[in-house]
Design a protein around this ligand. Structure first.
Ligand SMILES: NC(=O)c1ccc[n+]([C@@H]2O[C@H](COP(=O)([O-])OP(=O)(O)OC[C@H]3O[C@@H](n4cnc5c(N)ncnc54)[C@H](OP(=O)(O)O)[C@@H]3O)[C@@H](O)[C@H]2O)c1
Length: 297
């Protein structure tokens, strides 16, 4: 049995879909089990699991992900991104479960010039990043049976994300200005979900921190250009589009973001024997799914 927390979020829905494909039984929760309250976690679990039938794994996809909003609301972000995972880790410790917790490339300051390995020292630039680092540390302190997977530039077929924002602007036909001096690896949530579920399927006990993103790297501008090309190939977009590169200076946001946040995925590839699809392949799979969903509705 697996407990998926944050199951209605962008990643959570992909994890649920993957577990179904693998035929693995799961119980799902989202905001009805408020992870910031240990009593809510315990009472949800008491109602969902019979004694002796506790889940072997908890996968925590719940988070406060509004990166800019967190600058003025760090307290709430901390409760969800740090206290919440700490509560889940405490519950796992008492119940014999292992915890898979998701973190982010924004724990790093982006000053590196080669992909960040798991042992690199976090130095977040934003409130969101600080709360995610705190979450990682509290999980590590509370529970040895943890797998923390840092990912980056996540998008999927559910929920708001960069791909949907770009598609909307492209459909409107307005000129689009996109930041071209931040480098990272766009990651399709379904590919990340498949990797997370692989830990579960293999009953992996190689606990610790891992990095998972689609392979390769680009800038937000490069990503936007590829979104346009892929959407046109998938016949989801007809029009030409004026997409131009700009600098972060020209596109000020409340939260500072790392200039370079490419993550090394060698460790997870070694551990799970995975071949990781490129970020361009991620987009192709995303648009194939979108097309399939459009044809069936
Ligand atoms: N999105 C990215 O680009 C990105 C990049 C790197 C890492 N990550 C990490 O990847 C993970 C998944 O992100 P995502 O984009 O799938 O997030 P998401 O779509 O925002 O989903 C998070 C889910 O958690 C729920 N939630 C919020 N507060 C909660 C609480 N107190 N108790 C229980 N559930 C709560 C949310 O409900 P509401 O929507 O109702 O608040 C939502 O359903 C997160 O750990 C995130 O930090 C994301």
């Amino acid at each position: 049995m697996i407990w998926v927390v944050g199951a209605r979020g962008m990643l959570g829905q992909e994890v649920v879909r993957r577990l179904d494909e693998l035929g693995l039984q799961h119980v799902d929760s989202d905001v009805e089990c408020d992870i910031t309250q240990i009593r809510a976690v315990v009472s949800f679990a008491d109602a969902a699991f019979r004694p002796g039938h506790f889940p072997r794994w908890v996968i925590n996809c719940a988070a406060y992900t509004a990166v800019d909003q967190a600058e003025s609301d760090e307290e709430t972000a901390y409760r969800v991104n740090a206290q919440g995972p700490a509560n889940l880790a405490a519950w796992c410790r008492d119940s014999g479960a292992s915890l898979i917790h998701i973190s982010t490339d924004y724990v790093f300051d982006g000053t590196a010039s080669h992909p960040y390995v798991e042992l690199a020292t976090p130095n977040p630039l934003s409130a969101y990043g600080r709360t995610k680092v705190a979450g990682e540390r509290l999980v590590q302190e509370a529970l040895s049976r943890h797998i923390i997977v840092r990912t980056a530039w996540l998008y999927g077929t559910h929920g708001r994300n960069f791909v949907f924002t770009m598609l909307k602007l492209m459909q409107e036909g307005s000129p689009i200005r996109v930041v071209d001096d931040q480098r990272g690896s766009p990651t399709y949530a379904a590919h990340l979900a498949a990797a997370l579920c692989e830990f579960v399927r293999r009953e992996c006990n190689a606990y610790g921190i891992y990095h998972f993103t689609n392979s390769g790297e680009t800038t937000w501008y490069g990503f936007a250009v590829e979104i346009h090309r892929s959407a046109a190939d998938a016949e989801l977009l007809g029009c030409a589009c004026d997409i131009r590169p700009i600098s972060s200076e020209e596109y000020r946001t409340r939260a500072r973001r790392p200039g370079y946040s490419v993550l090394s995925t060698e460790k997870i590839q070694r551990e799970l024997g995975l071949g990781i699809p490129t970020w361009q392949r991620g987009l192709e799979d995303f648009f194939a799914k979108m097309r399939q969903e459009r044809e069936t509705t």
